[in-house]
Design a protein around this ligand. Structure first.
Ligand code: AMP
Length: 552
């Protein structure tokens, strides 16, 4: 029997229309570094999105599923692009502005981007690449920044340069949005590509809609129109974890830091705009912590923070608890839109009983099915002990990567199982009540004499030491054991390294055979383009003899 229900497509257009009408007065506030931030209501954002779509179609000839890229900070023009481009039927391609230039060029050409929207402050990055971006016909610039380098680079080429505000000025503030199939592409994002070429994940209207609804459940971030969220996670990093879409569904105010991502302006922003929620990777919260300990600011408006993208050290959670800010751990990846788990503890527990749940990566929502696969392909039990590779499936999880124009989608065997699950490359355990604890990336696990050592467990234990600001542990080759851990540590200001006592401190928390023999003090831990520890670089530094290693 078929249902008797309507089959209304789940689209980004619908989210846009809802936000700009039902939550017309909610605001996107963009930090400008000057006395007054820029404030734009959802109604204005909707009207400007219609103007942008009109300009893209009528002036720039964008049609069908053309790719329109953005090379932008988090700001209101970027939100306008988020809604205008997918809603007109084109595909939004957010470019990671921290990627090495050759990767950016590769990605733009692979996606065949026809248009790039760019912030003026990023022209020094874009202009030298322009001659290599062979698919790009138009560049549209918004916000402050010298236009000189771009004008020069575009001179004599076929690329046309436009000013965002001039392009949309005077255009109709409504647009005849097409009726779209919910399964068509709305947006794409390439994985950070630490190994091999970057891979494009293409989100559908439907996946974005369902993912946004999940974010809005109290079980996940659960924000309402009484909230304002400080979105530090870049709009190019998995759609800012889905927040711009989710907020338009429920009228949550967005506070956008633009290019002011350093700890001091972030602290000022929080103190003056008083967001109730924020989202960013651990590195940002580490930096902000040091800043407010040195120069106190009131962060207490920000009662809840979603932290993910890399493991959150429990010591960081404790430090923020003391400041009245609750960090809530979440796990996800580009391939999962990204929300996979959120660590809200189950009901009825005391604060002390909640703690072991808070430090897990969290619990799976209804839309994400999970299984753990052991080295021999067996499905492992959820007993909080059996460690295996996490595999997931659900309506906002990728089933393949973009193959390029006219090419078949890519389904690498190490990423997708034969029966259609995504192999995450993350290793961990799951408790009987569905809480995931990740112990490592499969490629970062330290295989010592046939046993596995979790680099994350060692890092978390080290980062609880009062003298240590950051710690990254990697596997290095060892004649006797195959691999052994190398601990690289960043000391807090004024602290000195006493490896014997660091080792003794660790010995209270991990088994003796897991204790690193090799230690090195470093100035900073190398980070990837999205702020994660770049262990590939540390391993290479070690192999090239660039680290000052002491054996203890
Ligand atoms: P990306 O696609 O760049 O967002 O990277 C996804 C990867 O980041 C995951 O596969 C994990 O290895 C890592 N990751 C994300 N969130 C967490 C978390 N809460 N704890 C540990 N690792 C995480």
């Amino acid at each position: 029997m078929l249902s008797t229900m309507q089959d209304v497509p789940l689209t980004v257009t619908r989210i846009l229309h809802h936000g700009m009408t039902i939550h017309a007065k909610s605001q996107v506030t963009t930090w400008t570094g000057e006395s007054e931030p820029q404030r734009r209501s959802f109604a204005e954002i909707g009207a400007r999105a219609a103007q942008l779509a009109g300009a893209l179609r009528d002036e720039l000839g964008v049609s069908g599923d053309d790719r329109v890229a953005t090379l932008m900070w988090n700001n209101s023009e970027h939100v306008e692009a988020y809604f205008a481009i997918p809603s007109m039927g084109a595909v939004l391609h957010t470019l990671n502005l921290r990627l090495p230039p050759e990767q950016l060029v590769w990605i733009v050409r692979h996606a065949a981007d026809r248009v790039v929207l760019v912030n003026g402050s990023l022209l020094p990055l874009l202009a030298p690449l322009l001659p290599h971006l062979t698919t790009v016909e138009h560049v549209v610039v918004s916000g402050p920044g010298d236009r000189g380098p771009l004008t020069e680079a575009a001179a004599g080429s076929a690329v046309q340069v436009h000013e965002y505000e001039d392009l949309i000025a005077g255009r109709p503030t409504t647009y005849d949005w097409p009726e779209l199939d919910e399964r068509t592409a709305a947006a794409m994002c390439y994985t950070s590509g630490t190994t091999g070429e970057p891979k494009g994940v293409v989100y559908s209207h439907r996946s974005i809609y369902l993912h946004s609804m999940q974010i809005n459940l109290a079980e996940s971030m659960g924000l309402t129109d009484k909230d304002t969220t400080l979105i530090v996670v870049p709009q190019f990093h998995v759609n800012a974890w889905g927040l711009p879409h989710a907020t338009f569904m429920t009228g949550v105010g967005m506070l956008m830091p633009d290019r002011f991502l350093q700890p001091a302006p972030l602290a000022d922003m929080i103190e003056s705009e008083k967001p109730s929620h924020a989202a960013a990777v651990p590195t940002i919260w580490q930096g902000l912590l040091a800043e407010v300990l040195a120069k106190p600011r009131d962060l207490t408006s920000m009662a809840r923070v979603t932290i993910g993208g890399a493991a959150c050290p429990p010591a960081l959670m404790e430090a923020y608890d003391k400041l009245g800010v609750r960090l809530c751990h979440a796990w996800g990846m580009t391939e999962t839109s990204p929300l996979g788990t959120t660590s809200n503890p189950p009901a009825g527990l005391t604060a002390e009983e909640e703690w072991p749940y808070r430090i897990t990566q969290g619990r799976f929502p209804v839309g994400v099915e999970a299984r753990l696969t052991g080295p021999d392909g067996d499905t492992l039990p959820w007993d909080n002990e059996s460690a295996g590779e996490l595999e997931v499936r659900g309506p906002w999880i990728a089933t393949s990567y973009y193959g390029g124009a006219g090419a078949e989608p890519l389904r690498p065997e190490d990423k997708f199982s034969e029966d259609g699950w995504l192999k995450t490359g993350d290793v961990g355990v799951i408790s009987p009540d569905g809480y995931l604890t990740l112990t490592d990336r499969a490629k970062d696990v330290i295989k010592s004499g046939g046993e596995w050592i979790s680099s994350v467990a060692l890092e978390n234990a080290l980062m609880a030491h009062p003298d240590i600001a950051e710690a990254a542990v990697v596997a290095v080759p060892d004649e006797k054991w195959g691999e052994r851990p190398l601990a690289t540590v960043v000391l807090k200001e004024g602290a000195s390294a006493d490896y014997e006592s660091l080792k003794a401190f660790l010995a209270e928390k991990v088994a003796k055979w897991q204790l690193p023999e090799r230690w090195s003090v470093v100035e900073s831990v190398p980070k990837t383009s999205v702020g994660k520890f770049d262990k590939k670089v540390i391993r290479k530094q070690y192999a090239d003899g660039e680290l000052d290693v002491t054996e203890v």
